[in-house]
Design a protein around this ligand. Structure first.
Ligand SMILES: [Zn+2]
Length: 99
């Protein structure tokens, strides 16, 4: 898959090197077989404005049967973030089936 490509040299060949601790939790770490540099494959969360923790929480709350406006309010109270209702629905569609 294209997302597993090495960002340094573009080689599609890489091996799994465990995980790296980040502020957002664990990130997959891979090592390029060609240039031997380590990189983190794009897991779909990297370009998001909100942390995976917030997104996972939103999806979880929405799955429990809360409405998007309730989830929005809960996230504001618990995490101190302002999320649009549309974002919550979008996250649920994207990540809801995975967790
Ligand atoms: Zn490389």
């Amino acid at each position: 898959m294209a997302k597993e490509k090495c960002p340094h040299c573009g080689s599609p060949l890489s091996i799994r090197r465990g995980y790296r601790k980040t502020g957002y939790g664990r990130k997959k770490l891979r090592k390029c077989s060609r240039c031997r540099r380590k990189f983190t494959p794009d897991d779909g969360f990297l370009r998001m404005r909100f942390s995976p923790r917030v997104i996972r929480e939103a999806v979880k709350l929405y799955k429990k049967g809360n409405s998007s406006s309730e989830v929005k309010r809960m996230l504001r109270n618990r995490q101190g973030v302002e999320v649009s209702r549309w974002s919550i629905i979008k996250w649920f569609r994207k990540y809801g089936s995975k967790s």
